[in-house]
Design a binder for this molecule. Structure first.
Ligand code: DQA
Length: 143
């Protein structure tokens, strides 16, 4: 579970858009859901594109799927896209807000076409739905 830039401020940052739930609360809910689903959840947040790339690279061989809210890097980062591709892991893209209802520059995602799917606009539930989706992808795997 990867959180990109400025998501450390969720809960106080633009609460009319992102809500009042903190990232710590979201991570706690993810751990609880992971336990219910029987999947181990590792969470990581960074404001740095390079640190996110390093963490994505480390996921290869240690994680079975990646759920990512890349924040603003969603719309700009070829490096994060390439790192995700290099892992060869299933990727689920999530966003707190419905990016398609917002400014035009948020409509383009460099992750969307390499992801299994997207969950956007449900606030913290986007993460929980994303985790359920990733667990479902793994459960349906045939290899
Ligand atoms: C976001 C949407 C992005 O456009 C924005 O830059 C963010 C948060 C979301 O979760 O809604 O930082 O990823």
């Amino acid at each position: 579970m990867l959180h990109g830039p400025n998501l450390n401020l969720v809960g106080t940052r633009e609460p009319t858009i992102y809500g009042r739930t903190t990232l710590a609360d979201i991570d706690a809910q993810l751990q609880q859901l992971g336990a219910e689903l029987g999947v181990a959840v590792a969470t990581f947040q960074s404001n740095s594109e390079g640190r996110l790339v390093d963490r994505i690279q480390a996921a290869r061989g240690s994680a079975m799927a990646i759920v990512i809210n890349a924040g603003a890097y969603t719309h700009t980062s070829v490096a994060i896209r390439d790192a995700l591709l290099a892992t060869e892991l299933p990727v689920v893209e999530v966003h707190l807000s419905n990016t398609y209802k917002r400014e035009a520059f948020r409509h383009r995602s460099l992750i969307a076409d390499i992801a299994v799917g997207q969950v956007v606009g449900f606030g913290p539930d986007s993460y929980l739905l994303g985790l359920r989706a990733a667990a479902g992808v793994l459960a349906r795997r045939t290899d």
